[in-house]
Structure formats: structure tokens, C-alpha cells
Design a protein around this ligand. Structure first.
Ligand code: BTN
Length: 264
């Protein structure tokens, strides 16, 4: 695995963003928050070789073993209402796919909301966090955290079964180039937040469209056929009771031959 250095990332990066590499950190998103609290006001790309407390969505951990992945957080300062900037998470999923496509022969898909898949296994995830200015109520900073598994590594048992890596699927990458490529694309989409230029590229890579899915709301379990993604990035699902629009949460592929209620 080639050395991960700020100079190497910066060499490939076109966007006007400063890159910084950390050998080891708890979480690049947490470090980004500390930098913002300390007064950071310019765009910053924080990249780590290892995270000791990598965080995922829904309070989960994100396994981040040394030199096996790309763990990075892009800090932006949009100063706009949250609803205008939070769709950037979907843009980040597209940016990651496009970067992988540029550097490998692989064809990643996006599993709504923002997981990147190769085949039927997850290769990358995104965790976006916002900082709201208490006076204006506007989002003064946003942290787009991206984790990409680059090489096979010892992962916790429950993750290993559902995860894969770029190299594991035949796509070895130069991590600094991957970081720069994903960041450049995300920067481009950040510049077109209002027009949501990433929506069509997102739809065309949708992993769930056409598949039977299940999801939970509290104790209840639902199922239906995923039909596509609407203009706000919500998942449209046809159920026996009509069409449903899911704007947040998580869905799974329905296990073949099973109907709800599923055992956990
Ligand atoms: C998910 O799969 O639920 C999201 C995973 C996001 C992981 C990245 S790695 C870099 C950044 N720092 C973190 O602690 N999390 C994100």
C-alpha cells in the first residue's frame, strides 16, 4: 500500500482545499469537529491512516484498521440552512463511485441512503455531520466523513460477512489519488448544491431499485419493491398498501422466500 502523505494528495488535488494526513486518530470526523471548535474557517481535508474510534451512521462503529482503507473528512463552511447542504451526503456517495470508476475497472453501486457497494457487499460508507450556528440557526460547517475499504483486513466478524474492499474485488488503488479524486468530485457537486447535478448519477447507480426490500419502524416490519429515488433523494417503495416514500432510515434486501415478521 503506497504511502499516504499530504504532499501526494495535494499533488493530485485540483480543488482549493488544504489536505492534512494524520498517522492515527480516534475519528477524522471528531478531529474535524475539534478543529472547527478551535476556529477553522477554511476548507480542510483530513485523512487518516488509521482510526481507533471510527464512527458510522446510526451510532455504529466503522472499523478502520491501519493502512487498509481511506478514512477522510472534508470540512466545508456553507453558512446556509441545513436542508440546503445536507443532500451533500448523496453527492458524496456519487463522488466516491466516480473516483473508484476513474481509478479501477470496478462498477460500484449506491445502496440507499449512502453506502457504496461492490456486488452485494459494502465497500464504503459516509457519515455527514453538521455544526449549526446558535445565533443564525444556519449550518456554519459541515463535515463529510468518507470511509473506503481499500485492502482486505482483519475486520470484526459481523462486518467481515457483509463488507468487501477495492483490492478484494480486483481494484488496487493509490490512496492519495483516490482521496483527491473523490474530494475533487465532491467539491464540484458542492458548487452545484441547488441544481443537484448528482441526482441522475445517483439514480443510475442505485443498488436497490427493482429489488424487494424490508425495513423496520419501531417494532413493525414492512416490505415492498424499491422503485427508485425521488428528486429529494427519498426511496420510493411499492407496498401492498400503496406507494411509500422513505426519506431516512435503512432498508435491507428481503431474504428470499421470507415474509415479515423476520427474526432479528
Ligand atoms: C457508515 O458506513 O455508516 C458511515 C461510515 C463513515 C466512516 C468515515 S471514516 C472517516 C470519517 N470518520 C469517522 O469516524 N467516520 C467517517
Amino acid at each position: 500500500m503506497p504511502m499516504l502523505t499530504a504532499a501526494e494528495i495535494q499533488r493530485h488535488l485540483c480543488a482549493p482545499i488544504l489536505a492534512e494526513v494524520l498517522h492515527q486518530i480516534d475519528s477524522t470526523n471528531s478531529e474535524a469537529k475539534r478543529r472547527i471548535a478551535a476556529g477553522l474557517t477554511t476548507p480542510l481535508l483530513l485523512v487518516a491512516d488509521e482510526q481507533t474510534a471510527g464512527r458510522g451512521r446510526l451510532g455504529r462503529a466503522f472499523a478502520s484498521p491501519p493502512s487498509a482503507g481511506l478514512y477522510m473528512s472534508l470540512v466545508l463552511h456553507p453558512n446556509c440552512p441545513a436542508e440546503e447542504v445536507l443532500p451533500i451526503t448523496s453527492a458524496a456517495a456519487v463522488a466516491v463511485c466516480e473516483a473508484i470508476e476513474e481509478l479501477t475497472d470496478l462498477s460500484p453501486k449506491i445502496k440507499w441512503v449512502n453506502d457504496v457497494y461492490l456486488g452485494d457487499r459494502k465497500v464504503a460508507g459516509i457519515l455527514t455531520e453538521g455544526i449549526t450556528d446558535p445565533q443564525s440557526g444556519r449550518m456554519s460547517a459541515v463535515i463529510v466523513g468518507i470511509g473506503i475499504n481499500c485492502t482486505p483486513a482483519a475486520l470484526p466478524e459481523e462486518v467481515a460477512a457483509i463488507a468487501t474492499s477495492l483490492a478484494g474485488e480486483g481494484g488496487r488503488v493509490h490512496r492519495p489519488r483516490l482521496a483527491a479524486a473523490a474530494c475533487d468530485r465532491l467539491w464540484k457537486y458542492y458548487g452545484s448544491l441547488a441544481t443537484r447535478d448528482w441526482l441522475e448519477p445517483y439514480r443510475s447507480r442505485s443498488y436497490l431499485t427493482g429489488k424487494e426490500v424490508v425495513w423496520r419502524r419501531g417494532e413493525e416490519c414492512f416490505q415492498g419493491k424499491a422503485m427508485g429515488i425521488d428528486a429529494d433523494g427519498a426511496l420510493l417503495v411499492n407496498t401492498v398498501n400503496g406507494s411509500v416514500r422513505l426519506s431516512t432510515g435503512e432498508v435491507s434486501i428481503r431474504p428470499l422466500g421470507q415474509v415479515p415478521p423476520f427474526s432479528k
